[in-house]
Structures are given as structure tokens and as C-alpha cells.
Design a protein around this ligand. Structure first.
Ligand SMILES: CC(=O)[C@@H](O)[C@H](O)COP(=O)(O)O
Ligand SMILES: NCC(=O)COP(=O)(O)O
Length: 239
């Protein structure tokens, strides 16, 4: 069964817009768990425009499900943060500073040696590692050479092309997933997954272990309520 990890970046965006503690990020994380989320994802960025580094410490001490920290391991501050908090999983994402949102996966061929080094750093601290990649078979193959436990398939292209032709949009993901299985990598996925495109994705990707969803889920919660929204997302993952 695929686990739903709720990305709470957008809750922090809302909180930061007024400088106080409303909404309370920790409370929202705990409520997400209470409402059925099987993990909590955060993606602290160097400018701390949503998740602050301090939030990670606050969350780590209370989260009972799988805590997933995403970010760019080229930032030493990020590496230290992850090692000090020891989440269940770290997801390595190659974002440039100031980027609006993630827009590409790692070039695992070009950066194989570097990634191998970083994967070893996190794994020796007992942290499961996932590498964010585009759905390209060659990138999946090279990811395996780094020693990573999992890959996270970057699903923006799938989400973008879903309405046009979902059968075509899913093809590179199916090929990437088959390769990942063949070489023993676990599969996560995320970015722009939503209530419309999630079910077909989860049904089409065998052995999908986890999806992390933030933007659409938090937006849906404005209309549907957080508890109901989480239940609806969980329903899409049951097949
Ligand atoms: C790696 C990924 O796809 C998501 O974590 C995405 O980057 C969310 O980050 P923002 O909330 O900053 O857009
Ligand atoms: N790893 C993807 C993630 O955490 C959430 O991405 P999005 O749903 O906010 O696009």
C-alpha cells in the first residue's frame, strides 16, 4: 500500500505571512497524523520562506509517523539539520537557491560520485535516503549506483500532461519504475499530485511506496476541510 506523506510547507507559508504562530505548524502536523496521514514532509529552503530550520526540531520531537525532510544537500546547513534530527527519510533535491519550487531531478550520471558520498553520510546516521529524479531510465540506473534506498519520481510532467493524454503521460514513469524494481530501488513520487491525477498514477506504478503531497492537498483543505481532504487522498491510494 502506498503511504501518504503530507507536505506542510504551505501551512508555514501562511503562518509566516503574519509573523505569529497562526496556523500552528506543529498542531497541523499532529492533526494530519490524527486524520490519517502516514508521514509528514517538509522542504526547508535556505531563505526559510516557509519551513524554518527551527520548525524541523519542533516537528521531530512530536511526529509519530514517518518524517521526511527534503532539500539540497549542497547546503551544509541542510546536512547538519538532517543529521541532528535523524528523520525516517531524507530526500535529496537539487534545487537552486531562490527557486520558486522544485523543477528538476538530479542528474545522477553527472553527480554520481558526489551523491554516493552524501548517501553514505546520511545512511551511516541511520537515515533512509531517497533521490529526486526525473522519470528517465538512465537516471534511475545511475541513482542505484549511489547506494540510495529509494528514488522519488518528479511528477510535474505527469500532472501537467494528465488531462491531455494520461496514458502517454504515465509511460516514462512506468518505465522508470520497472527499472527501479529490477535494480532494487524503492519508489516514492511527488510534485503536483492532486485528487484528480493521483489514483491513476498509484494504480499504474507497481510498488509505489510513498507519495508526498502538499500544494494541492492544502488548497483542497480550504474547501473540504483537512480531515476530509486527507481521507479523500487516502482513498485514491487504495486499489
Ligand atoms: C521536491 C518537491 O517536489 C516538493 O518538495 C516541492 O519542491 C515543494 O516545495 P515548495 O513547497 O517549496 O514548492
Ligand atoms: N515531494 C513532493 C512534495 O513534497 C509536495 O509537492 P507538491 O504537492 O507541493 O507539489
Amino acid at each position: 500500500m502506498t503511504k501518504l506523506s503530507v507536505n506542510i510547507n504551505k501551512i508555514a507559508t501562511l503562518r509566516n505571512s503574519r509573523g505569529g504562530n497562526n496556523p500552528d505548524l506543529v498542531k497541523v502536523a499532529l492533526d494530519c497524523e490524527r486524520f490519517g496521514a502516514e508521514g509528514i514532509t517538509v522542504h526547508p529552503r535556505p531563505d526559510e520562506r516557509h519551513i524554518r530550520y527551527k520548525d524541523v526540531y519542533d516537528l521531530k520531537s512530536v511526529i509519530a509517523t514517518e518524517f521526511n525532510i527534503e532539500g539540497n544537500c549542497r547546503e551544509q546547513k541542510f546536512v547538519d539539520l538532517v543529521l541532528e534530527n535523524k528523520p525516517a527519510q531524507v530526500t535529496l533535491v537539487p534545487d537552486a537557491e531562490g527557486q520558486i519550487t522544485s523543477n528538476h531531478g538530479w542528474d545522477t550520471i553527472k553527480h554520481e560520485d558526489y551523491l554516493k558520498e552524501m548517501v553514505a553520510v546520511f545512511k551511516s546516521a541511520g537515515i533512509r535516503v531517497s533521490i529526486f529524479v526525473d522519470p528517465i531510465v538512465e537516471m534511475v540506473k545511475a541513482a542505484a549506483l549511489t547506494g540510495t534506498d529509494r528514488i522519488e519520481l518528479y511528477t510535474e510532467a505527469y500532472a501537467h500532461n494528465y488531462y491531455d493524454n494520461r496514458e502517454k503521460a504515465i509511460l516514462p514513469y512506468v518505465a522508470a519504475a520497472h527499472k527501479a524494481h529490477e535494480i532494487g530501488l524503492g519508489i516514492n513520487a511527488g510534485h503536483d499530485l492532486d485528487l484528480h491525477n493521483l489514483k491513476y498514477f498509484a494504480e499504474s506504478i507497481p510498488g509505489l511506496l510513498e507519495v508526498s503531497i502538499g500544494h494541492a492537498l492544502i488548497s483542497d483543505a480550504l474547501y473540504l476541510g483537512l480531515e476530509n481532504t486527507i481521507q479523500l487522498y487516502l482513498k485514491q491510494l487504495k486499489h
